[in-house]
Design a protein around this ligand. Structure first.
Ligand SMILES: Cc1ncc(COP(=O)(O)O)c(C=O)c1O
Ligand SMILES: N[C@@H](CCOP(=O)(O)O)C(=O)O
Length: 471
């Protein structure tokens, strides 16, 4: 299976090359050149199977034989053995036809582990096969970074540099990145926002000399393999509720648009999904875009769901590529407008295509807190603030179609955001036993100004020092 860039000016790559490349060399994002499908029988056959079995069935067509089936299967088994729930990603009912898909039973308590545990193994496998090494640079608003640190710590073929916005992640998130004592892990606190960190990472990929010298790889959802791995839980959740015989809708707390895009991919592969709800917090660029067609960047506002404090939703580019019938020139034009004037307008026909499958709701800060409080009062279930955006937006779908089950993605364990949860519910969720001493562990991080050249210099020097010490 070849992968093409949304901007049409980078070489098409196979799965393993796209996995290591991260961002395409023309600044675009890789997508498979065509969408594989699963038959109704194959989808039905996932019912009752372990999560790893579903992952093998969904991911095999994307990998396309580039990694032998037995090796891929072993990596998948291994990745999901790290989860602390027998079902890996279980469903819980919290209302009439309203379900929560718990994606937080992995090592770092957020949905990022689902893809990252596999990505770490896949990258290590490909690098070993090629006798190569890589420098991973990632931008995080808190969860991708901790999941990446956990997945890549101690690997001798990769150095990991994680850029996070200084002072804008929760204490638990920060400590998950800064307390891992492994020489190949580097936590960089950038004096800026997540969008600044993400722009810096993309800038590094577009800086050809730096990219080649350090053999850069990316683990954000700009990496196609991340999105593919996230498509799996849409299948397992829908099948548990009777798909393919019964359609379901999903409500997804959204920031960088990777997770909800994975739901769209599952639908393209044949899963009967009625609606995909994009739930945003007060950083509502996507809700505004669906309403008006105008994608316009505003200043990011800090909220109780900091992982979604994002204005530039990278993966929206992948959806636009499809909505524009894969017209790469149109995508280049939109992205040039964004770079020049911090805005672009989606044309009428592509916007109408997006509306056919997606809805969007922005959930205000008081409504997020009210959703956490009301759910806890009514059911005893404690939502984290990101999940609360999803359940609240999901209720809007139910108001329109009460007969179609809505699955809200629960993207983080409430203990990652104890202050916000306690403010809303009066309950302070405890960290699970494997993290009980997190607050006592020593931290190691470097604060850097919001300046790409300076961060590149730091990464180059640090990578040289680590490689020199290891040689
Ligand atoms: C806890 C949590 N929920 C939701 C999101 C949004 O996911 P996405 O960026 O894939 O839209 C993120 C990160 O972006 C997150 O960390
Ligand atoms: N919320 C994310 C932001 C980055 O998203 P990604 O899915 O593109 O890695 C985070 O926690 O870092």
């Amino acid at each position: 299976m070849l992968h093409v860039s949304t901007r049409g000016e980078a070489p098409a790559l196979g799965f393993a090359d796209a996995l290591l490349a991260g961002l395409a060399r023309d600044g675009g994002l890789y997508v498979p050149e065509s969408w594989p499908g699963l038959t109704r029988d194959a989808i039905q056959g996932l019912a009752g199977r372990p999560y790893a079995a579903a992952a093998k069935a969904v991911l095999a067509p994307f990998v396309g034989g580039e990694i032998p089936g037995a090796a891929l299967g072993a990596m998948i088994e291994d990745a999901y053995a790290t989860f602390r729930h027998a079902a890996t990603c279980p469903l819980t009912q919290i209302g009439d036809n309203l379900f929560v898909l718990e994606l937080f039973h992995g090592p770092t308590l957020a949905f990022k582990d689902v893809a990252m545990q596999l990505l770490g193994r896949l990258m290590d496998h490909v690098l070993k096969e090629r006798g190569a090494r890589a420098t991973i640079v990632g931008a995080t608003s808190g969860d991708t970074g901790s999941a990446a640190v956990e997945a890549f710590k101690g690997l001798d073929r990769v150095d990991v540099f994680i850029l996070y916005p200084h002072g804008r992640v929760s204490e638990v998130q920060r400590r998950q990145m800064t307390t891992v004592d492994s020489p190949n892990v580097h936590a960089l606190a950038v004096e800026g926002t997540f969008d600044d960190c993400q722009a810096m990472v993309k800038g590094m990929f577009n800086h050809a000399r730096f990219r080649d010298e350090l053999q850069l790889s990316g683990v954000n959802s700009i990496n196609w393999a991340r999105v593919a791995a996230q498509a799996v839980y849409y299948f397992t959740a829908a099948v548990a509720l009777g798909s393919p015989h019964r359609p379901v809708s999903f409500s997804v707390p959204t920031g960088n648009f990777g997770d909800v895009l994975a739901g769209w991919v599952a639908k393209r592969m044949g899963l009967p999904v009625e609606r995909l709800m994009i739930g945003t917090n007060a950083n509502d660029i996507l809700a505004r875009t669906l309403r008006s067609g105008v994608y316009a960047i505003r200043t990011v506002q800090p909220t109780a769901s900091p992982s979604m404090d994002i204005q530039i939703s990278s993966n929206f580019e992948r959806l636009l590529f499809e909505a524009y019938d894969r017209d790469a020139a149109a995508i280049r034009r939109l992205m040039a407008n964004l770079a020049q004037s911090k805005a672009f307008t989606v044309d009428e026909a592509p916007l109408a295509r997006i509306h056919r499958e997606f809805s969007a709701e922005a959930v205000s800060e008081p409504d997020v807190a009210a959703e956490m409080a009301a759910t806890c009062r009514a059911t005893g279930y404690v939502l984290d603030p990101h999940t609360a955006v999803g359940t609240r937006a999901g209720r809007a779908l139910l108001a329109e179609r009460p007969d179609i089950p809505v699955i809200a993605l629960s993207t983080a364990h409430p203990a990652k955001f104890p202050d916000a949860v306690e403010r809303a519910t009066g309950i302070r969720p405890a960290l699970p036993p494997h993290m009980a001493d997190l607050m006592e562990r020593p931290e190691r991080f470097t604060v850097l100004p919001n300046d790409r050249a300076g961060v590149e210099r730091f990464i180059r020097e640090r990578a040289r020092a680590v490689r020199g010490a290891a040689a």
